[in-house]
Design a protein around this ligand. Sequence first.
Ligand SMILES: [Zn+2]
Length: 94
Amino acid sequence: MTMLTHPIRTCVGCRSRKEQQLLTRYVPNAVGQPVASRASSGRGAWICSESATCITAATKTRAFDRAWKTQSSERQALVTKISTTRQLTRAAQP
Ligand SMILES: [Zn+2]
């Protein structure tokens, strides 16, 4: 077995895969805005270090939300599915 000395992470802004040391980890602050932090536990989103472009791209595409709130996105998808089903049911009735 070969040990990976440099873990690979994907930048959520440009989707490129780089060595972890070339990326900066962001975690959500109290109001859900990205804050650079290596230490905080929980979900993190990786962004190319020193790249305002990648941060902007990640913000526009809501990539931070996807990286941090996988479960709530899944719940949102489920809610959407249920409401779509209700509309179809209502439409089928006279
Ligand atoms: Zn990037």
